[in-house]
Design a protein around this ligand. Structure first.
Ligand code: MEV
Length: 287
């Protein structure tokens, strides 16, 4: 029996644009998925508190095969909220299976194998979610014709408020929708990519960072991936002390992230308004 873990993520800047080769920034958060792989006799069995969907079955079979294993998934990352649940599952599964087979994987192989699993969930992932699930911290990611390039940057002193819409977004169909409107939307994607450098420079200054995040949200709205509930959460954050806010992840549901000089006060206001929320710091390195 062997296990592997990986962590959840938030995209600070550049979702969707990253699929088209623009740079993006993402952070690892303090929520883990742990997978245990155990040999058995008979067909592969999947145990998961979050339920076993057809996509999950295909992802597990693509990794361990449909025979001889029990795969147990425990996750603190809700599905469909832009928190990287499928990437964390993919990385944890690849790690657990490799450990069960006595293999030691380097970063590149872990990324390539987990991306193949993630493809079962989302069709054409850029790979940013998998890079963060595997490494945590603050990751700058870019897809190039020679493959994915990512760098782990020094972790800034940044706390992010996460506001949950309670709605599930479907990453695969949102990414496909953006593709169907391409290249008409390529100017918007370029403008999103162009925010990544300024955002990176402003990570320790919420006064400067906030408006950049709000600009990113406005561009994601134009791209057609926001939702009335997400726009309302952005407005709520701005009305309650945030310097800026944006949807994080594929959109269509999921979460909004906000930055504020007083993150705990924003969470208290969200609590009072019945909006599920939490403050997260950046977590480095999944175990
Ligand atoms: C999803 O977390 C991020 C997207 O940019 C898709 C991807 O990069 O694979 C929307």
């Amino acid at each position: 029996m062997a296990s592997g873990s990986a962590q959840g993520k938030l995209i600070v800047c550049g979702e969707h644009a990253v699929v088209y080769g623009h740079p993006a920034l993402a952070i690892g958060i303090d929520r883990l998925t742990t997978v245990t792989v155990e040999r058995t006799h008979g067909p592969t069995e999947i145990v998961s508190e979050q339920g076993v969907t057809e996509r999950l079955k295909r992802a597990v079979w693509a990794t361990v095969g449909d025979d001889s294993f029990v795969v147990t998934i425990r996750s603190q990352i809700p599905v469909g909220r832009g928190l990287g649940s499928s990437a964390a599952l993919s990385v944890a599964l690849v790690r657990a299976h490799a450990a069960c087979m006595g293999q030691v994987l380097d970063d590149e192989t872990t990324h390539a194998r987990s991306l193949a699993v993630e493809t079962v969930f989302h069709g054409t992932p850029s790979g940013i979610d998998n890079a963060v699930a595997a490494h945590g911290g603050l990751v700058r990611f870019r897809r190039t014709p020679d493959g994915p390039r990512w760098t782990q940057l020094a972790v800034p002193d940044l706390r992010v408020v996460v506001l949950d819409s309670g709605l599930e977004g479907d990453t695969g169909s949102l990414v496909a929708g953006v593709r169907s409107r391409n290249p008409a939307n390529s100017g918007i994607l370029e403008a999103i990519g162009a925010l990544t450098d300024p955002v990176q420079s402003a990570l320790e200054d919420v006064g400067a960072l906030g408006p950049l995040l709000s600009q990113n949200h406005a561009l994601l709205r134009q791209l057609g991936v926001s939702h009335d509930r997400l726009d309302a959460l952005v407005a709520f954050a701005l009305d309650n002390g945030a310097t800026g806010a944006k949807l994080a992840g594929a959109g269509g549901g999921g979460v909004v992230i906000a930055v504020s000089g007083d993150p705990n006060a924003l969470v208290a206001r969200a609590d009072a308004a019945g909006i599920p929320s939490f403050v997260t710091h950046i977590r480095t390195g999944a175990p």
